[in-house]
Design a protein around this ligand. Structure first.
Ligand SMILES: CC(=O)N[C@H]1[C@@H](OP(=O)(O)OP(=O)(O)OC[C@H]2O[C@@H](n3ccc(=O)[nH]c3=O)[C@H](O)[C@@H]2O)O[C@H](CO)[C@@H](O)[C@@H]1O[C@H](C)C(=O)N[C@@H](C)C(=O)N[C@H](CCC(=O)O)C(=O)O
Ligand SMILES: Nc1ncnc2c1ncn2[C@@H]1O[C@H](COP(=O)(O)OP(=O)(O)OP(=O)(O)O)[C@@H](O)[C@H]1O
Ligand SMILES: N[C@H](CCC[C@H](N)C(=O)O)C(=O)O
Ligand SMILES: [Mg+2]
Length: 494
C-alpha cells in the first residue's frame, strides 16, 4: 500500500494478550491479503468474514480484526497461529478508524450529506461553491471523486479502505475541502466513521433501499447515524426542514449539542427559500438569510434544485464562509451530469431531459419539477433496475402515469433478472403506458412523439454510461442516445 508499516498501537488497535504486529496493509477481502496485512473479517449479509480467516492466514495475514463471532468461527486456526487477534464489538467501525489512521491525511474541511434524494447534487454544488471561493475542492460519491482531483469510484460511499485511500491522495494533491455523500448502506456499515466532519447535511427522506434495510425506521436510523454518531458534538448540522423527517433530524442534532442551521421553503428557516419563478432555461429564487432578502438566478431546472442549492450554501456557510460571498457564487452552479440535464433539443424547440430519478418519489418529483418549465405535453420514459428493491417497481410506474401525459416503460439495468418481468411489474402501476423493451428504441419513440412546446424526460440512468444485462455492461448513455434520436428524426448528423 506504499505506506511502510504501522504497529497495531499506531492504528489504535489492541490485540488479545497485548500482542504487537507490524502491519503492511489492510484488506476486507481475504483474496486481497498479502504478507503482513491486517485482515478485517466482518459480519456480512451473506456470510461472516470469519469463514475466510483460515485463507487470510495462509496468505500471510499478520493480524485479524473481527468480532466475537468471527473469532469463534476460526477458533482452531487462530489458536495455532502467530497472527495478532483484535476482537472489536463493532469491527466495521474499528476498521473505519484504523483505515483513517493508516492513510493519515484527509482534507482539512470536510462535510457529508445524507438523505434519499439530492446527495450527489448537494455534494457537487458544495464543491463548486468552494472552488468559486478559491479553495481546492472535491466531491466524493455516486459520480466518483470530481473536482480538483479526480478518480472513478464503484460505490457512493466506498468502504473505509478505499475511502481513506482517495481522501489521503486528494489531500496530498493539495485538496483542502471535500464534500461527500453518505449513503444509508455506508452509514449502516460505518464506512465513514473515521472521517473528520465539520458539518453534515440532510436533504429528505422517502422510500428506497427496502431491499437492504429491514424497515422504514431502520432506514431512517441508518441516516440519522450521520448526526447521532459520525458528526462530532462541535460540528454543524444543516437540515432541510421542509421535509417532515428533517424536523426529527434537527432534534437529533440539537440533542447532541450540534449547531443547527435550518434550510427550506418554510418561513422561519435560517436560510428561507421564500419564492421561486421558473422559465425555459432555469429559475429565479428569493432567499432570506439573517433578515436580508436576495434574488438569485439559477441556471438549473426543477424546484428541488433550489432546495439543494440552499442546503449546499448552508453547508459552506456552516464551515465558516461569509454568507454574502457564498450567495454571490450561486449563479455559476451547473447541474450534475444526468440530473435534469438538457440532453438535446428538436428543431421544433421540444427539449429532451435526462434524470437519474430511480425511486417512486424521485420520478414524481422530477416530472412535477419539470412541468413549470414546459408549455406543452410531457412524455416520460421510465424503467427499474434488477436486483434492487422490487416493491418500488409498480410505484414508479404509477408515479409516471399520474404525473406525465404519455408514458413509455423500458429496461433500466436488468442485472441478473428477466427484463420482461421487471417491465411487467412497472407496467402494473403504469396504466395506459406503452412498453418498449429496447431502451434506445424507447428513446427514439419518445423523441418522435414530441411536438412544438413538448418535452421528454428520460428517467433512471442519469450519468450512467453502461447498461448492465446479466454480467455484461453494454455501452449506453441516455444523453448520447437522446442526441442520436433527435438527429435521426430531424435529419441532421448527431
Ligand atoms: C449489501 C452491501 O452493502 N454489501 C457490502 C458488505 O458485503 P456483504 O455483507 O454482502 O459481504 P458478504 O458477501 O456477506 O461477505 C462477508 C465478508 O466476507 C468477505 N469475503 C467474502 C468472500 C471471500 O472470498 N473473502 C472474504 O473475505 C467480504 O469482503 C465481506 O467483508 O460488506 C462489503 C465489505 O465492507 C461491501 O463491499 C459490500 O458492498 C457491496 C459491494 C455493495 O454492492 N454494496 C452496495 C449495495 C452499496 O453499498 N450501495 C450504496 C448505496 C447505493 C445507493 O445509494 O443507491 C453505496 O454507498 O454505494
Ligand atoms: N431535493 C430533492 N428532492 C427530491 N428529489 C430530488 C432532490 N434532489 C434530486 N432529486 C431527484 O433525485 C434524483 C437523484 O439525485 P441525486 O443524484 O442528487 O441524489 P442522490 O441522493 O445522490 O441519489 P443516489 O441515492 O442514487 O446516490 C435526481 O435525478 C432527481 O430526480
Ligand atoms: N446506485 C443505485 C442507483 C441505480 C439506478 C438504476 N439505474 C438502477 O440500475 O437501478 C443502485 O444501484 O441501486
Ligand atoms: Mg448519489
Amino acid at each position: 500500500m506504499g505506506n511502510g508499516t504501522k504497529t497495531l498501537g499506531q492504528l489504535g488497535l489492541t490485540a488479545r494478550g497485548g500482542r504487537e504486529a507490524h502491519i503492511t496493509g489492510l484488506a476486507v477481502d481475504s483474496r486481497q491479503v498479502r504478507d503482513g496485512f491486517l485482515f478485517a473479517a466482518l459480519p456480512g449479509t451473506r456470510v461472516h468474514g470469519g469463514e475466510f480467516i483460515q485463507y487470510a492466514l495462509r496468505m500471510g495475514a499478520g493480524a485479524i480484526l473481527t468480532d466475537a463471532e468471527g473469532a469463534r468461527i476460526a477458533a482452531d486456526e487462530l489458536g495455532g497461529s502467530e497472527a495478532a487477534l483484535v476482537i472489536a464489538e463493532d469491527p466495521r467501525q474499528a476498521l473505519a478508524f484504523t483505515a483513517a489512521l493508516w492513510f493519515g491525511a484527509q482534507p482539512e474541511t470536510m462535510i457529508a450529506v445524507t438523505g434519499t434524494n439530492g446527495k450527489t447534487s448537494v455534494a457537487s454544488f458544495v464543491r463548486h461553491i468552494w472552488q468559486e471561493l478559491g479553495h481546492s475542492a472535491v466531491n466524493v460519491g455516486t459520480t466518483g471523486v470530481e473536482g480538483d482531483w479526480e478518480t472513478p469510484l464503484a460505490h457512493t460511499t466506498p468502504e473505509p479502505i478505499t475511502l481513506h485511500r482517495v481522501l489521503s491522495q486528494a489531500a496530498e494533491a493539495g485538496v483542502t475541502h471535500a464534500a461527500m455523500e453518505a449513503s444509508s448502506h455506508g452509514l449502516a456499515q460505518r464506512r465513514l466513521d473515521g472521517v473528520h466532519l465539520r458539518a453534515a447535511g440532510f436533504t429528505n427522506f422517502t422510500q428506497d433501499h427496502l431491499d437492504y434495510h429491514a424497515s422504514f425506521e431502520e432506514y431512517f436510523d441508518a441516516k440519522a447515524g450521520l448526526f447521532a454518531r459520525v458528526l462530532p458534538d462541535d460540528g454543524a448540522a444543516v437540515v432541510n426542514i421542509a421535509d417532515a423527517r428533517g424536523v426529527d433530524m434537527a432534534a437529533i442534532a440539537r440533542a447532541r449539542g450540534q449547531d443547527v442551521l435550518t434550510v427550506g421553503d418554510v418561513e422561519g428557516a435560517d436560510i428561507w427559500l421564500a419564492a421561486q419563478r421558473f422559465d425555459a432555461t432555469g429559475q429565479e429564487i428569493r432567499v432570506v438569510h439573517e433578515g436580508v432578502a436576495r434574488q438569485v438566478r439559477l441556471k438549473l431546472i426543477g424546484g428541488f434544485q433550489g432546495e439543494n442549492v440552499l442546503l449546499a450554501a448552508g453547508l459552506v456557510i456552516a464551515c465558516g464562509a461569509e454568507p454574502e460571498d457564498v450567495f454571490e457564487t450561486l449563479p455559476a452552479l451547473r447541474t450534475v451530469r444526468g440530473r435534469m440535464q438538457l440532453a438535446a433539443t428538436r428543431e421544433n424547440g421540444a427539449a429532451v431531459f435526462v434524470d437519474y430519478a430511480h425511486t417512486p418519489d424521485a420520478v414524481a418529483t422530477a416530472i412535477q419539477a419539470l412541468r413549470p418549465h414546459v408549455m406543452g405535453r410531457l412524455v416520460v420514459i421510465v424503467g427499474a433496475g434488477g436486483d434492487r428493491d422490487r416493491s418500488k417497481r409498480p410505484l414508479m410506474g404509477m408515479a409516471a402515469a399520474e404525473h406525465a401525459d404519455l408514458v413509455i416503460v423500458t429496461d433500466d439495468n436488468p442485472r441478473s433478472e428477466d427484463p420482461a418481468a421487471i417491465r411487467a411489474a412497472v407496467m402494473e402501476g403504469a396504466g395506459e403506458a406503452t412498453e418498449v423493451g429496447d431502451r434506445a428504441e424507447a428513446i427514439l419513440r419518445g423523441v418522435d412523439a414530441l411536438g412544438a412546446g413538448d418535452a421528454l424526460l428520460i428517467c433512471g440512468k442519469g450519468h450512467e454510461t453502461g447498461q448492465i444485462v446479466g454480467d455484461v455492461v453494454y455501452p449506453f448513455d441516455d444523453v448520447e442516445q437522446a442526441s442520436v434520436a433527435v438527429a435521426a428524426l430531424d435529419g441532421r448528423l448527431p
